[in-house]
Design a protein around this ligand. Structure first.
Ligand SMILES: Cc1cc2nc3c(=O)[nH]c(=O)nc-3n(C[C@H](O)[C@H](O)[C@H](O)COP(=O)(O)OP(=O)(O)OC[C@H]3O[C@@H](n4cnc5c(N)ncnc54)[C@H](O)[C@@H]3O)c2cc1C
Length: 224
């Protein structure tokens, strides 16, 4: 069961911050909260994308699969950064793993899957006993293994990510992870709640058409 923890280094009042930054370039007074909020919302609605690059989110993602975290790393706009739990220093002999619903709901598949994980645990332990360094034993570990990262992303990067990963075509664990991010941000501060509700949604919600080859049917295909 994955969890998202928003760290205190995260910008607390991202809307006011955007308004303050935009105010500098407009030569406006930036010491008025109400004016900053109005200016920020105007910038956001006008798609002035650079303004979204000022607020940063620092978070810990814990208990999601190595597979979904590999997908998380594909979103590179704005140079996000992260550190990941080490397979060189951390002993993974009792690694926890994700069981997807398709497997969990199928008793025969569940047995095969769990046996496979047990075999990997056992092989890892035997390699360790044979004196193989952890960093090399780690090559036998599965993509379903749970991992932990700490990362930093700006608002623009997360908004772009939402457009891809709140899409029904995205992998179900990513959709769940992204929903957890949305909820953790909503709980972090009222301004984040406003931004998540305003900006984080699948790409089809912007155009009311679907660019995916095999869409879910929510909106008509883009080509039609
Ligand atoms: C349904 C689905 C299936 C997928 N299948 C695969 C797969 O089989 N294999 C695979 O490898 N990946 C796959 N992906 C991942 C996908 O190919 C992208 O890597 C991922 O969506 C991140 O790319 P992005 O353009 O959204 O990037 P982001 O990093 O989120 O960037 C957002 C925007 O920022 C700008 N930007 C970012 N980086 C640059 C840059 N370097 N230069 C200029 N502009 C930049 C671009 O305008 C870009 O659109 C899949 C994704 C989805 C949603």
């Amino acid at each position: 069961m994955g969890s998202v923890t928003i760290l205190e280094h995260t910008t607390k009042n991202p809307i006011r911050m955007i308004g303050e930054m935009a105010g500098v370039c407009w030569g406006s007074a930036t010491d008025n909260d109400e004016a900053n909020i109005t200016r920020a919302l105007n910038c956001i609605k006008s798609n002035h994308g650079r303004t979204l690059e000022f607020p940063d989110v620092y978070m810990v993602l814990d208990g999601y699969s190595a597979r979904v975290i590999r997908e998380w790393y594909t979103h590179i706009g704005g140079a996000p950064t992260r550190l990941q739990s080490s397979t060189r220093y951390v002993n993974a002999k009792n690694f926890a793993y994700i069981t997807p619903p398709s497997v969990a709901q199928n008793p025969a598949a569940k047995t095969i899957y769990e046996d496979c994980m047990e075999q990997i645990r056992s092989a890892y332990a035997k390699l360790m006993e044979a004196g193989i360094p952890k960093e090399d034993c780690a090559l036998a570990l599965p993509l379903g293994m749970e991992t932990r990262i700490v990362c930093k992303h700006n608002l623009r990067n997360l908004m772009d990510m939402s457009r891809q990963r709140m899409c029904s075509r995205a992998y179900h664990e990513y959709r769940k992870l992204f929903l957890d991010v949305c909820n953790a941000l909503r709980a972090y501060s009222p301004e984040w709640e406003t931004l998540v509700n305003m900006l984080f949604h699948a790409k089809c919600e912007e155009t009311k058409t679907c660019p995916e080859e095999r869409g879910c049917g929510r909106y008509p295909k883009k080509d039609n």
